[in-house]
Design a protein around this ligand. Structure first.
Ligand code: B1M
Length: 205
């Protein structure tokens, strides 16, 4: 049945993914096994298909949505360490910016890959990101910006993190962001899409 769960994620079939996850949990299947060999295995395939241009963003979003719903069912059954084996990521869309579709997609995919996500939402001021990173003892801060005006507000976050000597890494992304801009403002990494954000997060940590 794990294979069926994997396929439901690949197909982006949310109802089927929820149904099989519930069934597996009722039968007493190890939740970590359901996560690794069902959900994450399915999302890995989706990632490969996306990279190979075999599928497009809408399909990835459907798969990520199915994954998130199944994860919601699974989460209470996973111990804290199992649920957050990959590290804690504080995610935010920067101050002045309300675009969150891409940020949510990145959050969902990171969560599916085993990261613990603290999503601060949109229009988040610099100080709130810093405070959350400290309070949550975050391993990674992810900042999204979709406007050429708001992307400028990413730099003060990184500056403050460096000034405070915080150990946390910073990943940036969003339509107007480039690798050159990310380097210029001192980010640890830039990802052009949600799938590459997962590889980058794994690499940074
Ligand atoms: Co806005 N908007 N918008 N908008 N909007 C853009 C960004 C724009 C390019 C449209 C245009 O003019 N062609 C333009 C920006 C121009 C510029 O700055 N150069 C624009 C504008 C001008 C505006 C307003 C100012 C319009 C107005 O009111 N006059 C206004 C701003 C409001 C504000 O933020 N203060 C505004 C408002 C809105 C809506 C509210 C209507 C809506 C947002 C709804 C929402 O997000 N809940 C909206 C939308 C939908 C868009 C477009 C059409 C689509 C954005 C989107 O969701 N893309 C957009 C045009 C476009 O991009 N083609 C546009 C799909 C999403 C999956 O992609 O967000 O790029 P994206 O995320 C990708 C990657 O970038 C990456 O991974 C994601 C998945 O692959 N990524 C990361 C994103 N974050 C990442 C973080 C990472 C790593 C990777 O690490 C942390």
């Amino acid at each position: 049945m794990l294979n069926e769960l994997k396929n439901s994620i690949i197909e982006g079939n949310e109802e089927k993914a929820k149904e099989i996850t519930t069934k597996l949990l009722t039968e007493g299947k190890n939740p970590k096994e359901v996560l690794d060999n069902g959900l994450v295995a399915g999302m890995d395939v989706v990632g490969q298909q996306f990279k190979a241009y075999e599928i497009y963003l809408p399909e990835v979003i459907m798969s990520a949505t199915a994954m998130k719903s199944a994860m919601d069912l699974l989460k209470p059954h996973l111990s804290k360490t199992e649920a957050a084996t990959m590290g804690t990521v504080v995610m935010a869309t920067i101050e002045g910016d309300v675009h969150d579709i891409g940020k949510n997609l990145v959050s969902m995919m990171l969560e599916g890959a085993g990261f613990n996500i603290v999503d601060l939402g949109v229009d988040v001021p610099v100080e709130k990101i810093i405070d959350a990173a400290q309070e949550q003892n975050a391993d990674l801060v992810g900042i999204s910006a979709l406007l050429t005006t708001t992307m400028l507000a990413m730099e003060p976050v990184i500056k403050m993190i460096r000034e405070k000597n915080m150990k946390v890494k910073v990943m940036v992304g969003g339509a107007p962001i480039t690798k050159e801009y990310a380097d210029k403002i001192g980010a640890d990494g830039f990802a052009p899409d949600a799938l590459r954000a997962i590889s980058l997060a794994k690499q940074l940590l």
